[in-house]
Structure formats: structure tokens, C-alpha cells
Ligand binder design. Structure first.
Ligand SMILES: Cc1cc2nc3c(=O)[nH]c(=O)nc-3n(C[C@H](O)[C@H](O)[C@H](O)COP(=O)(O)O)c2cc1C
Length: 203
């Protein structure tokens, strides 16, 4: 069987979600998947970005990460989305990417894929779960197969968020626990997608 194709599509202003996305790449590749790491386009005006030096620096540092396109969704068997929490919701940059998928949705090409999501917030209880659940609303509309990490691995009892990997950026950069949780979440996504793929006739 050909390997599972995973798209890891994220938005990050200051690097925390990007670090989770990179850990997810490691987890997915270790699980045998073919992986595309993709960042969605930055849409914030220069005046906003300029107000936070870490934002501009991260934008510069990740200029070489390929920008996400809807073709990456069509290609993938499984998609992990990463976004900062913005007022308890996904970032508008990721929403703008998602809102460009109507053509694929109409053709039924977003259905039957595995979806999962991860996030970061500034504070604990700052809206991580509402952000992940909001992305879940979209996955329902797509007819997706939502694969949350739950408490299916010991790392999840350390992380404590069954909805998806989440990091409190106000406490510093992602530590070993959250990075391991992101790797685990990606592995679980790959394993589920592989089982589905094995049970389906080849196209
Ligand atoms: C406009 C805006 C809204 C935000 N809303 C929240 C929020 O609701 N809760 C919270 O804890 N942090 C909030 N934050 C902080 C971000 O979630 C945090 O900086 C982000 O997770 C860092 O991820 P990144 O480094 O990948 O950009 C907000 C930040 C901005 C700029």
C-alpha cells in the first residue's frame, strides 16, 4: 500500500504553532507518512506585524516554508491544522485559507479524510478548546473523520487536552511534553488514515 499522505497546514505569528507543526511533521514521518508542511499566507498589515518584533522575525525565518494551497488538501489523506487562539477562535489567516475551499467541498473532495487540529494561546484556559472545537465545526461540514488525541497515550495525561495538542505560549516556548503530544497526535492521525486507506479499494 502506498504511504499515507499528510498535510500539516498551519498559521503562526511568533513561532509557537510553527514549533508544534514541526513536531507533528516528525511524528507523522516516523509513522511512515509522506508529509507536506505548509504555512498559510500572512494577511496582517505591515503596521500590525511591525508592532511586535517577534512577529516580523518569525515571518522572515519561515519565508522558505511553502505556502499552503487547496491542492494540498486535495492531495492529502489526512490533514492536521495548527493555529494560534485569537479571542477564543482560530486565526483569520487560517480561516481565510479554509474559506477558499468551496470548490473542493462542492466536488466532495474534502470528505472522508482524517482531520485533527492543534493550537497555542497566550494564557492557560485562554480559549484553546473553543478554538479546536471551532475547527471541528468545519470538519463536520466537510464530512471529515475527526481524530482527536483523547487520553489514548500516557503523554495525554501530562498534556491534559484531549481535543488536540495545545500550548500556553505565555509560559515560554513549547517544552518536551507538548512537543511529544504533537508527535503523538500526528502518529495517531497517520495510523487511523492508514487503517482507512487499507480498507478502501484503490482509486
Ligand atoms: C489578536 C490576538 C488575539 C489573541 N487572543 C487570545 C485569546 O483569546 N486567548 C489567549 O490565551 N491568547 C490570545 N492571544 C495570544 C496568542 O494566542 C498567542 O500569542 C499565540 O498562541 C502564539 O502563537 P504563535 O507564536 O504561533 O503565533 C491573542 C493574540 C492576538 C494577537
Amino acid at each position: 500500500m502506498e504511504s499515507v499522505k499528510v498535510a500539516i497546514i498551519y498559521y503562526s505569528s511568533t513561532g509557537n504553532v510553527h514549533a508544534l507543526a514541526r513536531a507533528a511533521v516528525e511524528g507523522a514521518e516516523k509513522a511512515g507518512a509522506e508529509v507536506r508542511l505548509r504555512r498559510v499566507a500572512e494577511l496582517a498589515p505591515p503596521s500590525t506585524i511591525g508592532g511586535n518584533p517577534a512577529w516580523g522575525q518569525h515571518l522572515q525565518d519561515t519565508a522558505n516554508v511553502t505556502e499552503a494551497s487547496v491542492d494540498d488538501l486535495a492531495w492529502a489523506d489526512a490533514v492536521l491544522f495548527g493555529t494560534p487562539t485569537r479571542y477564543g477562535s482560530p486565526a483569520s489567516q487560517l480561516r481565510a485559507f479554509i474559506d477558499a475551499t468551496a470548490g473542493l467541498w462542492r466536488e466532495g473532495k474534502l470528505a472522508d479524510k482524517v482531520y485533527s487540529a492543534f493550537t497555542a494561546s497566550g494564557t492557560a484556559h485562554g480559549g484553546q478548546e473553543s478554538t479546536l472545537l471551532a475547527l471541528g465545526n468545519t470538519f463536520y461540514h466537510w464530512g471529515g473523520i475527526i481524530v482527536p488525541p483523547g487520553y489514548t497515550d500516557p503523554i495525554q495525561f501530562k498534556l491534559g487536552n484531549p481535543y488536540g495538542t495545545s500550548h500556553v505560549a505565555g509560559d515560554g516556548p513549547p517544552d518536551d511534553v507538548v512537543l511529544e503530544a504533537a508527535r503523538f497526535q500526528a502518529r495517531r492521525v497517520v495510523d487511523t488514515a492508514a487503517a482507512l486507506k487499507a480498507g478502501r479499494p484503490a482509486e
